[in-house]
Design a protein around this ligand. Sequence first.
Ligand code: ZN
Length: 233
Amino acid sequence: MKALAIGAHPDDIEFGAGATLAKWASNGCEVSLLICTDGSKGSWDPSVSTEDLTAVRKMEQRAAADELGVSGEVIFLDFVDGELNAGLKERETVASWIRRLQPDVVLGHDPWKRYRLHPDHKNAGQLTVEGIVAARDPFFLTGSNLSPHRPSELFLYEAEENDHFETSEGHEKEKLNALESHKSQYVSTMGIHEDDKGGGLQEFRDRITKELCMFGELAGVGMAEGFKRISEL
Ligand SMILES: [Zn+2]
């Protein structure tokens, strides 16, 4: 089996589907990650160089992929953080990667989640959904020599309506390790403060574990991640 997970920024995939991808990878699934933006706005420190930040975030993303056991590719599309469009050019880029990698399962942000603030998450989700359509139908991407590819399943994470749960029992540690690889995001995204003598980190771990338990309860298992699953592609 091959899976392709698409996220707006480095760390989004780990938040939404880290344990599931770690489980699948450990079962022999070839997992690839596609990050749409360069992560250049992911800091609250105005003195940070965006070039340095981008380089650091790519390193962190690769380290996180290793923690998940990713054996496929880690792809950076490098669209500017905060300015991701769900336009034709971007859709063709995503669709080309779907054709090239030929995943059975595609994972992405739910573009229909209500009351979400970040435009990149919505647009990355839109690109995932519309990228599948363009990858699958032969009269899209006619200028390329890539053959059409129709994935079997789409899993939307951070979903408005969760109707599928992947048991993550035994893989919560890999999710946490992958998330904690994104050290540049400790303060701005994860609420982890280094002067907190580890308390902030423990609180973060508790929060992630609590969410896994919440989905696990809905699924009637110990821990799980929740998705909107679309099987008619
Ligand atoms: Zn994000």
